[in-house]
Design a protein around this ligand. Structure first.
Ligand code: HEM
Length: 293
């Protein structure tokens, strides 16, 4: 047993613009815990240093509680029900059993690592989603806004993302959601309406003051809800552009409250951004500490 706690290093990796997520469901009959953990370990220890890819493995919360109960953070839950706003706006629950997050500097390294991942996981699980994120003009998302302005710096990011105590010390909770944008409606709205929807000025990235109550940065206001780390990336191409929301936190409730506030529940306003973009997937995964694997 290690005397120190090391998170999965890719959680804090920088400079890897190509982010691929493979989500899997376990095959029937389900593999036993030892077989599953051997595959998880082989995914991580087999990474070739110097080849330009990190690999992070996440496990469905309820599955981790059965295979590694002593390493599973308390009170975590699956994305097991759609998040539905008062007007019916829905973020779907599409929970799967495992996620493998491959972070690469180049497309060729991403491809090679993806083939290795699929080969290792094939005997125990079936691929359900592959989402490949890419980099658009640095840190701009496909709405045209800077994404990540209010992200924490690296040291507070560790405090925000890593479970501080046992069980599961050093683990992190990942919220993964693919969103698709209605670009025709967004572009037709123009810069002023877009800026009010995000709550920041599109040209300067300054926060609007006051920001509208239904602005995205008001519904997700970290001073009210709690802090998270976001590593969002663009997905899709010119015909199906979107954002892959990659949110990390030590507290699952912070992530889930943000979703509920965006959807507009309990008489609160619905996030203006959600009139232009639709969540097509939604799942939570626990990323156990490397030293627990
Ligand atoms: C289509 C999906 C999304 C897009 C395009 C998007 C984009 C943005 C942009 C442009 C900003 C303003 C700049 C910044 O501070 O980063 C922002 C802020 C933020 N977003 Fe999102 N976002 C999306 C979904 C989400 C979701 C699902 C969550 C939470 C579960 C979230 C949480 C936040 C938070 C916490 C902030 C900072 C709020 C603050 O100022 O304290 N976003 N987002």
């Amino acid at each position: 047993m290690a005397t120190f706690v090391l998170p999965q290093t890719g959680v804090f990796a920088l400079g890897t613009p190509i982010q691929t997520f493979y989500e899997f469901d376990l095959a029937e009959p389900r593999p036993d815990a030892a077989t599953l953990l051997n595959v998880v370990r082989s995914l991580i220890v087999g990474v070739k240093t110097g080849q330009g890819s990190n690999v992070v493995v996440g496990v469905r919360p309820s599955l981790l509680a059965t295979i590694l109960p002593a390493q599973c953070p308390s009170g975590v839950h699956d994305f097991d029900a759609d998040v539905v706003g008062d007007d019916g706006f829905t973020m779907p629950a599409t929970q799967h059993d495992l996620v493998v997050w491959v972070q690469s500097g180049r497309l060729d390294a991403a491809f090679d690592e993806g083939r290795r991942v699929l080969g290792l996981v094939a005997p125990i699980a079936t691929l359900k989603h592959e989402n490949r994120g890419w980099n658009y003009h640095g840190n701009i998302d496909l709405t045209g806004f800077v994404d990540g302005t209010e992200n924490p710096a690296i040291v507070p990011a560790a405090e925000i993302c890593l479970v501080p105590d046992e069980p599961g010390r050093g683990a992190s909770i990942l919220l993964l959601q693919a969103w698709r944008h209605d670009m025709a409606a967004w572009e037709a709205a123009g810069d002023k309406v877009q800026s009010e929807a995000i709550g920041r000025d599109k040209a300067t990235d300054d926060e609007l003051f006051p920001k509208p109550a239904n602005a995205h940065n008001a519904r997700t206001d970290q001073d009210e809800v709690g802090k998270i780390l976001r590593k969002n990336v663009p997905i899709g191409g010119a015909t199906d552009p979107g954002t892959l929301f990659i949110g990390l936190c030590a507290k699952q409730s912070t992530l889930h409250t943000m979703l509920q506030r965006m959807a507009g529940m309990n008489g609160e306003p619905r996030d203006a951004l959600t009139y232009y973009t639709t969540a097509t997937t939604g799942a939570y995964y626990v990323l156990p500490a490397l030293t627990d694997l």
